[in-house]
Design a protein around this ligand. Structure first.
Ligand code: CP
Length: 302
C-alpha cells in the first residue's frame, strides 16, 4: 500500500490482513498500552479541512502508540484560513518531510489528487461524499468482534446514504465479503442509482422492511452541512427513519446497532437504543485506534 485512498481499490486479502493485524492492537482488558517502537523516527501529519473528533484523535493516538511523532493541523487554525490553497499547503507540509499525510477534505477526490502530486503516502480520512476507508475497516473489525464472518450477514444501512462516505466505503467492503446490504432512508437521500455501487445492493424506503431479520443496523448521521436545500421535512425524520427500541424486535435476536458518530439523539437514533446493550457505537470508537495502527504500520513498514 503506497497510501490508503479508498476501500474500492483494496482486495479482499488486503482488507483481511488489516483486520487481522488490528486484532493484535486491540487493548487487553484494563492493561495500559505500552508504546511500541514500530514507527520510531517516523512523523505523521494529520491535516483536517473538516471537523473531526474520532478520526483525528485516533490517528494521532495510533501514530504515538506505534512510536511515531504526530501533529494535527486544522484548516481553521492554519494558513488555509488566510487563503492558502490545498496544493500550497500540502507542498509546505511536504517540505518538512513527514512520513505520511492523513487528510480529511470536503472535496471528493482531494486525497487522490494529492497522491498523484506528492511523493508521500496519503491516507484518506474522509473525502467529501466519496469514501472514509478507515471507518469501514473499523466497522468491519467491530462486526467481526461479534460475528465469525461477514459472509451472508444482512446489513441495513439507514439514513442519509447519498451524502455518506461512510456508507460508500462500507458498501464496497461488505460486498467484497459477501454481506447482503439493504439501503434505506427518504427517497431524496437514497436515490435508486446507489444500488449500482456494488452488486446485490437492495434499496427500500420502508424502515421496518430494512430492519426485518437484520444482523447489523448501521445508522447514518443526517449531513445537513452537505444539503443545499431541505431534503425532507425535518420534524418528520425521526418519526419515519429514527431508530427506536420497537424496531429492534424486527431484527435478528443478536443484532447489533452501529453508528459512525457523531450521533444526533432524537434525530436518527433514540437515546434508549444508542445506550442499549445492542449498541456497539463505543466499540467502533475503540477499534478506530487499533485499525488505524494496523493501517499506519502497513503503509510505513514496507
Ligand atoms: N466517524 C467519524 O468520522 O467521526 P469524526 O467526524 O468525529 O472523525
Amino acid at each position: 500500500m503506497a497510501g490508503l485512498l479508498g476501500i474500492e481499490e483494496l482486495s479482499r486479502e488486503e482488507i483481511q490482513a488489516i483486520l487481522d493485524r488490528a486484532k493484535d492492537f486491540q487493548p487487553v482488558q484494563d492493561q495500559t498500552f505500552k508504546r511500541l517502537d514500530i514507527l520510531r523516527g517516523k512523523m505523521i501529519v494529520n491535516l483536517f479541512y473538516e471537523a473531526s473528533t474520532r478520526t483525528r484523535t485516533s490517528f494521532e493516538i495510533a501514530a504515538k502508540r506505534l512510536g511515531a511523532d504526530a501533529i494535527s493541523i486544522t484548516a481553521a487554525g492554519s494558513s488555509v484560513a488566510k487563503g492558502e490553497s490545498l496544493v500550497d499547503t500540502l507542498n509546505t507540509l511536504a517540505a518538512m518531510r513527514p512520513s505520511a499525510i492523513v487528510i480529511r477534505h470536503w472535496a471528493s477526490g482531494a486525497p487522490h489528487f494529492l497522491a498523484r502530486h506528492l511523493p508521500i503516502p496519503i491516507i484518506n480520512a474522509g473525502d467529501g461524499t466519496h469514501e472514509h476507508p478507515t471507518q469501514a475497516l473499523l466497522d468491519a473489525r467491530t462486526i467481526l468482534d461479534c460475528r465469525e464472518t461477514l459472509e451472508g450477514l444482512r446489513v441495513a444501512i439507514i439514513g442519509d446514504v447519498v451524502h455518506s462516505r461512510v456508507a460508500r466505503s462500507n458498501i464496497h467492503l461488505l460486498s467484497k465479503f459477501g454481506a447482503r446490504i439493504v439501503l434505506c432512508g427518504p427517497a431524496s437521500l437514497v436515490p435508486p442509482e446507489l444500488a449500482a455501487i456494488a452488486p446485490g445492493v437492495e434499496i427500500t424506503y420502508d424502515m421496518r422492511e430494512a430492519i426485518r431479520d437484520a444482523d447489523v443496523i448501521m445508522m447514518l448521521r443526517v449531513q445537513l452541512e452537505r444539503q443545499h436545500e431541505a431534503a425532507f421535512p425535518a420534524g418528520e425524520y425521526f418519526q419515519f427513519y429514527g431508530l427506536r427500541l420497537e424496531h429492534l424486535e424486527l431484527a435478528r435476536p443478536n443484532a447489533i446497532v452501529m453508528h459512525p458518530g457523531p450521533i444526533n439523539r432524537g434525530r436518527e437514533i433514540s437515546s434508549e437504543v444508542a445506550d442499549s446493550q445492542r449498541s456497539v457505537i463505543l466499540n467502533q470508537v475503540e477499534n478506530g485506534v487499533a485499525v488505524r495502527m494496523a493501517v499506519l504500520e502497513r503503509i510505513l513498514c514496507q
